[in-house]
Design a protein around this ligand. Structure first.
Ligand SMILES: C[S@@+](CC[C@H](N)C(=O)[O-])C[C@H]1O[C@@H](n2cnc3c(N)ncnc32)[C@H](O)[C@@H]1O
Length: 288
């Protein structure tokens, strides 16, 4: 898979924003579902980032995105008598880092949930970020770090010997709408190699109507079922900013929709500044 080599994206500017909140809550809900069965599972994080972010770095402070994301959700949650279990679980996972003015990336959150025989493979193209991941997990034999193209890794690392597990695809979308073509191709490739795997794809929402071809193509993928969960901070009326984001989950585990149906309205209430801040839709349902 070609990538253009010019990488400007740095997740340090965005760590802990509303998009990370949605992505990581869904990620933890998926991994918890896998951990309910005793057989070992495998997680592939194709675009892993650096794994751990300082919220008082100049990058994070320049955007202030975490203040309007995870911190706002955390503060909001303190006054709530009853939190949805998936949301309470996410906040428990990130609280120690927040107290240290940090935010954990997907590799740390996933690794915290692995059992002794589960495995995590993280791909990251940016050399410094890959090096930071290597240091973070130097003493964890369950975690492998690959400084390589995450899309190509779908071919190289799937199917895993464990047979069960999850692929998280979280690219920077520097190529804008063209990246949607790439992710659909990547999902096709992944499903062809690992039809029973769970695939979770994060995607940005600027104007939802521009995503119509993506939804159509996602619904036509050869998965048993496909669910989308979306969280909007702003109305989807400007092509210039990240108004919200979504997670497409192929082959979701049983009752994922129920878990998210509890958490999404609460996240929407805490973070949304629009009257319609969340959505949960089946693009394709398993035929019974
Ligand atoms: C959105 S960030 C990942 C955040 C991370 N998944 C998390 O949730 O904490 C995207 C990352 O992908 C990396 N990247 C960009 N193109 C890549 C590629 N083709 N293969 C692997 N990593 C890539 C970027 O350097 C960046 O660190």
């Amino acid at each position: 898979m070609p990538h253009n080599g010019a990488m400007n994206y740095d997740h340090a500017f965005h760590a802990g924003n509303h998009a990370d909140v949605l992505k990581h809550l869904v990620l933890l809900t998926l991994i918890d579902a896998l951990a309910r069965k005793p057989a070992p599972f495998f997680v592939l994080d194709t675009h892993a980032g650096r794994g751990d972010y300082a919220l008082d770095s100049s990058a994070a402070q320049a955007t202030g995105e975490a203040a309007l994301g995870v911190r706002r959700l955390h503060d909001w949650s303190l006054a709530q008598p009853l939190l949805a279990p998936a949301l309470a679980r996410y906040l428990r996972a990130v609280r120690p880092a927040l107290e240290a003015r940090r935010y954990p990336g997907s590799p740390l959150l996933a690794a915290d949930t692995l059992r002794e025989n589960d495995r995590l493979a993280c791909c990251e193209l940016q050399p410094e970020a890959a090096q930071q991941l290597r240091s973070l997990f130097a003493r964890d034999p369950r975690v492998g770090i690959h400084q390589r193209d995450g899309y190509a890794a779908l071919k190289a690392l799937l199917p895993p010997k464990e047979k069960r597990g999850l692929v998280l695809i979280d690219p920077p979308y520097e190529a804008q709408l063209a990246e949607f073509d790439q992710v659909i191709d990547a999902l096709k490739e992944g499903l062809a190699r690992w039809p029973q795997g769970i695939f979770a794809l994060w995607y940005p929402i600027k104007q939802r109507r521009a995503l119509a071809p993506f939804y159509r193509r996602a619904a036509a993928l050869p998965a048993r079922s496909a669910l989308v969960a979306e969280l909007m901070r702003h109305a989807d009326d400007s092509p210039l900013r990240l108004n919200g984001s979504g997670m497409l989950v192929l082959n979701p585990p049983w009752k994922l929709d129920e878990s998210l149906l509890g958490a999404l309205p609460q996240m929407g209430r805490a973070l949304g500044e629009t009257h319609d801040p969340w959505r949960l839709d089946w693009l394709r349902r398993e035929s019974t």
